[in-house]
Each structure stands twice: as structure tokens, then as C-alpha cells.
Design a protein around this ligand. Structure first.
Ligand code: GLN
Length: 252
């Protein structure tokens, strides 16, 4: 009887632990990181290389935890399905931890405070903030983002005419520059970077709702989440986080 009990326990334990395995806890010591690669300065391609604040952060955390890191670039709206399908172990993509997403993935502690802002052409004199958008206007957004949620909401309320959805920020900026759209709703640090790089743009109005970025793992992947939180805490304590923050937000 005792033997049977032990066997049954072992089987149950086996099933439980197998069901939740990804490459990070299979003992492979490899962390597959999903990112969109079109969201500067958090993750983007520069001279053919994937770089950015999030990329540096997760590489450092992963390295400290003893992982080999593999980056997997995917469209932003594909990242959550991807982590849940175990195509990647973790998302590092300036992803806002919000109520909607928390139903689908688990978030780490946050690592960056943000919020959306409105970007227009610098010679635009009519749009001074989000409330100046009118029912004849079109707004560009990046696919699957909180900025896209906001623009879709405005469209639903009849406050703007249309929403142009793009894979990356660069396409959105081009549309603003060409006058294909009237404005872009995108995360403030991303907009500010674009403004700094190109006089053709300016941001207007207040930052919209406060948002915070976090790494995301598959729902229930507590083991990995704990490690990542510890790793994040460590790089905050030892000054690496601050160094990287300066590199990406004060140096560039
Ligand atoms: N922070 C925004 C969001 O989570 C945009 C992120 C991104 O485009 N990579 O929706």
C-alpha cells in the first residue's frame, strides 16, 4: 500500500513538474527572450544588431543567473501568445504590465515607469494635446500596444476618424512626417527619443495614464519569475541598472 502511494505521488509530481517546463527550467540553462526589436531605445536593430535598454537588462540578469541568452524577435502582438506557447521563456519589450495582460501572463517587478504621449509634426499648431484630436483625424500606433488601445478607444468614441496600425515605431514616424496621419500615440520615452533625433517632430500635452514596464513569463511560471525578480533586484543593488539607465536615457 505504502509503495503504491509513493508511486502515485511520484506520478502526480512528475505530471505537475512536466506540464510547466520551458527551456529555462529544463536544466538547459538557456533563456529564450522574446522582443519586438522595433521599439527604440528599449529594443531595436542598430547596424544589424539587436540593442537597447531592455536587451542590456535581460542579458545582464540572464548572465548573472547563469543562462545562455537567445533573443527571438517577433511582432509585439505575437509576444504573449509566444511565451504562453513556450516559443520563448520571457518577454523583454517595454511591455506595460496592465490588467488585461495580467490575465494572460505573469509579470516581474517593474523596471521602468512610463506612459503614452502624443507626437505630431513640429509645425503643427492645432494639436496641443490628446483632447485636440478631432473626428477627421487619423492616428498612427504600434500593433498591440497600449497606445493602440487608446487610439482604438478614441475611434470607438467617434473622437478620431481612423487608426493606422504598424509593426514598428519607425513606420509610424514616417507616416507623421509624410502627413499620412495627424499624430502618433506612443510611449513617452520612445517619442522623446524621436524628437531628439529629428526636428520634424514634437510631443504635445501631458503624459497619458501612468504605465510601468515589466518582464513577462508564461502564466504560472513562478520559478523563472522568482529568479528574474531576484536578478533585477541584484542589478539595482550593485549599480548596473543605474549604469544602463544612464547609457540609454542620459547618454544617447
Ligand atoms: N509599453 C507599450 C505596451 O506595452 C509599448 C511596448 C512596445 O511597443 N514594445 O503596449
Amino acid at each position: 500500500m505504502k509503495k503504491i502511494l509513493i508511486i502515485v505521488t511520484m506520478i502526480i509530481f512528475g505530471i505537475l513538474s512536466c506540464g510547466n517546463k520551458n527551456s529555462a527550467d529544463k536544466g538547459e540553462k538557456k533563456l529564450v527572450v522574446g522582443t519586438d526589436g522595433v521599439f527604440p531605445p528599449f529594443g531595436y536593430i542598430e547596424k544589424g544588431e539587436l540593442v537597447g535598454f531592455d536587451i542590456d537588462l535581460i542579458k545582464q540578469i540572464g548572465k548573472d543567473l547563469g543562462y545562455e541568452i537567445e533573443m527571438k524577435v517577433q511582432p509585439f502582438d505575437a509576444l504573449i501568445p509566444s511565451v504562453n506557447a513556450k516559443n520563448c521563456d520571457i518577454i523583454a519589450a517595454g511591455m506595460t504590465a496592465n490588467e488585461d495582460r495580467v490575465k494572460k501572463v505573469d509579470f516581474s517587478n517593474t523596471y521602468y515607469d512610463s506612459g503614452n504621449s502624443v507626437l505630431v509634426k513640429s509645425d503643427n499648431t492645432t494639436i496641443k494635446g490628446i483632447d485636440d484630436l478631432t473626428p477627421d483625424m487619423t492616428v498612427a500606433v504600434q500593433i498591440g500596444t497600449t497606445g493602440a488601445d487608446k487610439a482604438n478607444e478614441l475611434k470607438k468614441q467617434g473622437k478620431i476618424k481612423d487608426v493606422k496600425v504598424n509593426d514598428g515605431v519607425d513606420t509610424c514616424l514616417l507616416q507623421v512626417k509624410n502627413g499620412d496621419v495627424d499624430a502618433l500615440i506612443i510611449d513617452k520615452p520612445v517619442a522623446e527619443r524621436a524628437v531628439k533625433a529629428n526636428k520634424a517632430f514634437k510631443t504635445v500635452g501631458e503624459t497619458l495614464d501612468a504605465e510601468s514596464y515589466a518582464f513577462a513569463v508564461a502564466k504560472g511560471d513562478k520559478a523563472l519569475l522568482e529568479k528574474i525578480n531576484k536578478g533585477l533586484e541584484n542589478i539595482k543593488k550593485d549599480g548596473t541598472y543605474e549604469k544602463l539607465y544612464k547609457k540609454w536615457f542620459e547618454g544617447k
